[in-house]
Write a new protein. Structure first.
Length: 123
């Protein structure tokens, strides 16, 4: 997500006096606003004195879907913006998340088994 960019005017920037304080406030809002907590990175690009473009890069999550704490609702992004998930979308999101976790667990178990088998064959 990009902040400080206008469709017509381009790179306008947001005035930020105390960059570290602002970064901490944004970080706390994200960490306290969703569950489970998403992984993210915040970057700042200075456009002029005390004006910045800031970028929030949200990492791919293996523990989704993520809810907004204040409303206890789940959302997804589309070309038209953000939209609330309906019952079927939410169910599908949880099923996909569980399937991915199961695949990761199978992969790990298979690799551990391969390592143990090699150790017993060559001991």
């Amino acid at each position: 997500m990009f902040y400080g960019i206008d469709e017509q005017d381009g790179l306008v920037g947001i005035e930020i006096q105390e960059l570290d304080t602002f970064r901490l406030r944004v970080q706390q809002k994200i960490e306290d606003g969703f569950y489970p907590r998403p992984g993210f990175k915040i970057k700042f690009l200075e456009t002029s004195e005390n004006k910045y473009i800031f970028i929030i890069q949200v990492h791919k999550s293996f523990s989704g879907p993520h809810a907004v704490k204040s409303s206890d609702q789940y959302y997804y992004r589309s070309d038209a913006g953000k939209r609330r998930m309906d019952h079927f979308q939410l169910k599908n999101a949880f099923l996909q998340s569980n399937a991915l976790k199961e695949e990761i667990e199978k992969f790990c178990n298979r690799k551990v088994s391969e390592i143990l088998l090699k150790e017993t064959l060559f001991s």
